[in-house]
Design a protein around this ligand. Structure first.
Ligand SMILES: [Zn+2]
Length: 429
């Protein structure tokens, strides 16, 4: 009976043309997978780091990587799937918006941001279940959007009555979600950082109501566990200089640096953090001067986020102070990073706000090349991606934006987008 069954099975395999079980155990040879090849002809490639221009170049892309940047006279690859004539446009690496917040329902905004030249974002606080799912969809090419890195927040327990954080931690008591943790001197910091890291975050964002000793302990542990640390310019009571001394990697929001000169900084001042002592602490005074020198020495990155403050033009003192400290930071050779704190407007015709942030940096006194670096090569370095991002070079991810004019001469040229290639795919306009 048994034998008969076996032969029937064998017969079945034979008649259906399927391999028999014994044969199926052998590895089936598969043809090598060939990556899709995209060629972009006739562009002037801009190296943002050196400000060098190379005219009449061809960019050869295989899969999601740049495999050659060469003269037009060089031989073409054997197989080409898509070929684009750049028509003498200027090619820059894709733009990074280093300060966004992702909430569910923003998928179409991510797509519009990518079409507007943003190929990478750093999300700076939110629900990491949302950010993680969006990041996955982008990687799986289920969603056209920028590469997403994201952060977990830490703050003192008093801060978590802020309703924005209860929204980001549905299912958790306030201050207990791994991506939005309340911390004190008694917190098990090793475990808290591990939880934050485990939610997929690359960055710890220190938000408010922490003292300098706690900032230094958390930062040291975060670095041990391979995380970067970004902090508000003041986290109340810890001020900017204390955070630089505590080895925080990046300070965000220019006007918050003014608290460096405040006579006393209390936890509760964090609710009023926009109302710094601008009148009594001049941006070009000695206290801020010492802070900027310390930032330069510690290589602390500075992310002014001028655009988001300029949305309230009535706060003229805040905006003027922020712009001046940004120029002085540039003068002091502090590395500057562009972040908007608001990726793109819901108006479907709007370009992403990173273009306005770069323009705000130029209005503050940076040169156009410096502003462009703040959205390309500098964030690539800060995000430890300088080998793959921030330049149009062999081995880099194929995030390329073609512009009708030279952005090194006029930063508004970044809005004159002819074409965006996102990880090797040309996006529809
Ligand atoms: Zn923010």
């Amino acid at each position: 009976m048994m034998r008969r069954t076996t032969s029937l099975v064998a017969l079945l395999f034979a008649t259906t043309g399927m391999a028999q079980p014994a044969a199926a155990q052998r590895p089936v040879p598969r043809p090598p997978r060939r990556e899709r090849v995209l060629v972009i002809d006739s562009v002037t490639v801009i190296d943002v780091a050196t400000r060098a221009l190379a005219a009449a170049q061809r960019i050869v892309i295989s899969g999601d990587s740049i495999v050659a940047v060469q003269a037009m006279s060089a031989p073409l690859p054997d197989t080409i799937d898509e070929r684009v004539n750049g028509g003498g446009t200027f090619a820059i690496p894709g733009l990074t918006d280093h300060h966004v917040h992702l909430t569910s329902g923003m998928e179409s905004m991510l797509t519009r941001a990518a079409r507007g030249g943003v190929t990478m974002v750093q999300a700076m606080a939110g629900d990491n279940r949302t950010a993680g799912e969006m990041a996955r969809k982008v990687l799986a090419r289920e969603l056209v959007g920028p590469e997403i890195a994201y952060a977990s927040v830490m703050a003192g327990p008093g801060f978590f009555i802020d309703p924005r954080f209860s929204g980001a931690g549905i299912g958790f008591a306030n201050g207990s979600a791994p991506w939005a943790q309340a911390v004190t001197a008694q917190t098990d910091i090793v475990r808290a950082v591990a939880l934050a890291r485990g939610s997929g975050a690359e960055v710890l964002k220190l938000y408010a109501m922490m003292d300098s000793a706690l900032v230094a302990r958390i930062t040291a542990e975060a670095h041990k566990q391979g995380m970067r640390v970004a902090a508000h310019g003041t986290v109340f009571p810890a001020g900017p200089l204390q955070m630089v001394q505590g080895k925080v990697d990046l300070l965000t929001h220019a006007p918050y640096l003014a608290w460096q000169g405040a006579a006393a900084v209390r936890d509760e001042d964090s609710w009023d953090r926009r109302a710094g002592p601008f009148a009594t602490v001049p941006a070009d005074g000695p206290q801020i001067g010492a802070l900027l020198r310390a930032m330069k020495q510690a290589r602390t990155y500075f992310e002014p986020t001028l655009f988001v403050f300029a949305r309230r033009p009535e706060e003229r003192d805040v905006n003027a102070w922020g712009a001046l400290v940004t120029r002085l930071a540039r003068d002091a050779q502090v590395p500057i990073i562009a972040g908007t704190d608001g990726l793109i407007e819901s108006d479907s015709t709007a370009l992403p706000n990173i273009h306005l942030e770069m323009q705000a940096l130029v209005a503050a006194g940076l040169t156009a090349p410096e502003a462009l670096a703040a959205a390309t090569v500098t964030p690539a370095r800060e995000m430890h991606r300088e080998r793959t991002h921030g330049a149009i070079a062999t081995g880099h991810v194929a995030d390329v934006v073609l512009l009708d004019a030279n952005p090194l001469l006029d930063i508004t040229a970044t809005t004159r987008i002819r074409l965006v290639a996102l990880r090797g795919r040309v996006l529809k306009r």
